[in-house]
Design a protein. Structure first.
Length: 250
């Protein structure tokens, strides 16, 4: 005689309920590129989503106050000559967003409060310095007009967006593809993960590096700075088991 054993869980009989159609966005042709990105970014005013586009790369910007079905001819933000891989809103100006592309450039855009009639095709500034596609961008958390980018050329560049010039170039610190980059709370340090399975903590000004082995699995590793200065990572073991880790960089 066998007895069926059911795993006990307080979430066993909990099911999510979808919101009503007029409270969601519908008919958005989200990009299907195989880049490790969320393909969207949000701030207190807008939601931006990378979408499929012929003849280049594009993303759409939707006001948070207006939901529902999105017109297939909704104006886009399109200026790149290759697919857009990452987008990030400026933390100091809700109408400014940056985009990174397979065409090796970064563009910074001014988004109006009203919905434009035509697509936006002229960026405020174009940043050129990478030799391969740029898959990661992130604004400095406390300094205005400072933007970080990382590309498939294993380089990290910190830009002065106001002048369009590179302030710092870190081109010898990573031997392989960079998986992610994150500023700490005040922007004095960055943490990166790389295909070489190393977790790095970098002082961009001194260009000094501390590194240690993170997760041993071959799949991508992610890391973020917590508010107390510690680093939280997600990765995999050699047996492809999911792992979470908390690191003290001190």
């Amino acid at each position: 005689m066998s007895r069926r054993v059911v795993r006990q869980s307080k979430f066993r009989h909990i099911f999510g309920q979808p919101v009503k159609a007029d409270q969601m966005y519908e008919d958005i042709r989200v990009s299907k590129l195989t880049w490790d990105s969320s393909f969207c970014a949000v701030n207190p005013k807008f939601l931006a989503i990378i979408v499929e586009s012929s003849g280049g790369g594009a993303f759409i910007v939707l006001p948070l106050a207006k939901t529902g079905r999105v017109d297939k001819n909704h104006p886009t933000v399109s200026g790149h000559t290759a697919p857009v891989l990452d987008i990030d809103w400026c933390p100091h100006n809700d109408n400014v967003i940056a985009s990174a592309s397979d065409d090796t450039t970064i563009m910074v855009w001014q988004i109006p409060d009203y919905t434009p009639v035509r697509s936006i095709t002229e960026p405020i500034v174009t940043l050129e310095g990478h030799s391969k596609r740029v898959g990661i961008i992130t604004w400095h958390p406390s300094a205005r007009n400072v933007l970080l980018s990382a590309g498939s050329d294993n380089m990290i560049i910190i830009w002065n967006v106001g002048t369009g010039e590179a302030l710092i170039t870190l081109d010898e610190m990573h031997s392989d593809l960079i998986y992610n980059v994150c500023w700490n709370y005040n922007g004095s340090l960055i943490t990166t993960t790389c295909k070489d399975k190393k977790l790095r903590v970098i002082d961009p000004r001194k260009q000094e590096i501390e590194k240690s082995g993170a997760h041993e699995g071959a799949r991508p590793i992610k890391s973020i700075f917590l508010s107390d200065g510690k680093i939280f990572t997600t990765g995999f073991s050699k047996m492809s088991e999911r792992q979470l880790a908390l690191w003290d960089p001190v």
